[in-house]
Ligand binder design. Sequence first.
Ligand code: AMP
Length: 286
Amino acid sequence: MQTIPTIREMQAIVRAAKTSSTTIGLVPTMGALHEGHLSLVRTARAHCSHVIATIFVNPLQFGPNEDLAKYPRTFERDTELLMQEGVDYLFAPSAEEMYPQGAQTLVDVPELGNRLDGASRPGHFRGVATVVSKLLHITQPDLAFFGQKDAAQVAVLRRMVRDLNFPLEMVVCPTVREADGLAMSSRNRYLSNEERVQALALSRTLQTAKTLAQQAAATPATLREAMLHTLTSTDGVRVDYAAVVDPETLLDADDLSRETLLAVAAWVGTTRLIDNLLLPAREVQP
Ligand code: AMP
């Protein structure tokens, strides 16, 4: 595996590698890798001749009071893991390399980008869309791999890829969880032992709503209410949102006849965690 720190080198490698028979796969990450990230890498490895992973803690997607400075950085271990997974290139630029002085162009998906996490993290998805579009331009992948764990991000990026005609296919991989159901996240390492137990409220909430959704009388409103109830009844958990929405528009679902996204965000102590689950379309009763 080659580690590439500059855009110019990365572009030269891509230019040389691109032929009609190569398939370039991109896996963007912020590092502090766990099995969730590695599942994306493995899927990319299975489908692509050339796999590029990126590690870049993107300052543009962090708000002024968020955890940019303390975001976990485990670069050596990450490099080792990516090497073991057979990644060909690790693109790991500095913030100055990605945003040299004078840079001012932003990519904004204004409506979708202000829903769910975008509502409580103003500017977050503008940062994400900007950095991902830069990474897509630099690496020119045929396939780009993202996690369902970040469902709102998936909706924003799908819209951006369509709106800006990026010539690639987005591949969304399932959420990888700890044995007890907690969705893996680089931020889980912030949790104390007590908070680690409290954090199970998120996955429990989704499971409760999924069970409830099997009842014929269930509606988006009853699911929302049950989700809020489960989340708020756990000590140490402060709810940001409990949403029952259309996975593409992120707008409130009217009914459960189509595929529906159940999504939650909550602070456990000072750590903000998210999780979600896709409910398949309800079969129409004859
Ligand atoms: P991050 O490093 O948090 O920006 O995540 C990089 C990519 O890994 C994103 O596409 C995430 O959605 C994905 N990812 C993060 N956690 C998980 C998980 N538990 N399961 C699957 N994918 C994940």
